[in-house]
Design a protein around this ligand. Structure first.
Ligand SMILES: [Zn+2]
Length: 360
């Protein structure tokens, strides 16, 4: 029997690529807009607002998709709003059965009402702590990734912020934003600094843009993981009999077990694939790349980790062994110390999946 959505919800899951400003509850956006005086929402009816976000994200362009964030970021400019959004994020993920999550956001986008970068980070950390304490089920642990915007010039400052807070919940660094015209090598000084500090980072690469972006992220910048990385399939050719030939970059990514933070529904919305069944994740899983399954923006994509899994089950016929494989891949790739990753794999993930597999 293939796993049902309800069963998948009860299995312990891991999430590595989720944006804090892409996962707000529509009701919360409306309330925070009222409390903080933000008057540019397209509608103040939560149901209509939820739909508006999905439709804007469905429009097919990455630039248009990124526009939706003006509103979520617009209501996340006070300490109280950041604490609340982070707390609700932890609760929502825990309710979906996520046991470990790395949630990212760009501190520099939350300072328009006077918060300092440090105050932003501290508010979000406090929110995750509160939300995790209130979470039921398997319980959840949330690590934070600090993102720098690739079209801005503050990556060094944000990298230093990530290092400063690394012992209290910030586990890594990322750069995000429209890829075209803004190669990751613009931020080389930040990546070199992080490497000297023995710190971890991932880079959004190979979503809308092709192989050069992935190559730069890995070979110039030294990324530990790739955000999306979908276009790596441009370096793989598949023959009529299904056999695959990997180019040098694809082979390197697979040989080095470089984790791909894949976000199937989000990729459909930005035009990186036409349907889940056509998504490169099917081929990449078959070829044993280090594939992980993620949400990207739960509000815009109206999704959750469980829903992403359910869609993959439907499109590719995956069973519990596949879902566990994705989950263990994600946990192995987390920016947590090795012994803590192992403890979650052996103490929570494997027993949790065994329970789901063997239930009558
Ligand atoms: Zn992303």
């Amino acid at each position: 029997m293939s796993p049902s959505l309800d069963d998948i919800r009860r299995a312990p899951k891991v999430l590595l690529h989720d944006h804090l400003d892409g996962g707000l509850r529509a009701e919360t956006i409306v309330e925070l807009a009222r409390e903080t005086g933000y008057d540019r929402l397209p509608t103040v009816d939560p149901d209509n607002l939820r739909l508006w976000f999905q439709e804007a994200a469905d429009s097919g362009s990455l630039e248009r998709y990124l526009e939706t964030f003006e509103h979520t970021v617009g209501v996340m400019q006070t300490r109280e709003s950041l604490v609340r959004v982070a707390a609700e994020c932890a609760q929502d993920l825990a309710a979906d059965g996520v046991v470990y999550a790395e949630v990212r956001y760009a501190p520099e986008q939350h300072t328009t009402m006077g918060l300092s970068l440090d105050q932003v980070v501290e508010a979000v950390l406090e929110g995750f702590k509160l939300g995790s304490e209130q979470a039921g089920g398997h319980g959840i642990r949330v690590g934070t990734l600090l993102t720098a915007m690739r079209h801005k010039a503050r990556s060094m400052e944000i990298a230093e912020l990530a290092v400063r807070y690394r012992d209290v919940g910030v586990v890594g660094f990322d750069i995000a934003g429209a890829e075209a015209g803004y190669p990751p090598t613009r931020h080389l000084d930040a990546f070199e600094y992080l490497q000297r500090e023995n710190a971890h980072f991932t880079i959004h690469a190979g979503e809308a843009f092709g192989l050069p972006s992935i190559w730069q992220a890995i070979q110039w910048c030294g990324a530990d993981r790739l955000g999306h990385g979908v276009r790596i399939i441009d370096d793989i050719s598949v023959a009529g009999d299904g056999s695959a030939k990997l180019g040098r970059l694809a082979a390197y990514v697979r040989d080095k077990r470089i984790p791909l933070e894949m976000c199937p529904t989000s990729n459909l919305q930005t035009g990186a694939a036409d349907s889940i069944a056509d998504h490169p994740i099917g081929l990449l899983r078959r070829l044993h790349f280090r594939v992980t399954v993620n949400t990207d923006n739960r509000l815009m994509s109206s999704t959750s980790v469980s829903l992403e899994f359910a869609k993959l089950v439907e499109a590719f016929g995956y069973g519990w062994d596949d879902l566990q494989w994705f989950t263990v891949n994600a946990m192995k790739s987390a920016f947590l110390p090795f012994d803590e990753r192992l403890a979650l794999i052996n103490g929570v993930i494997k027993p949790g999946f065994a329970q789901r597999k063997w239930q009558p």
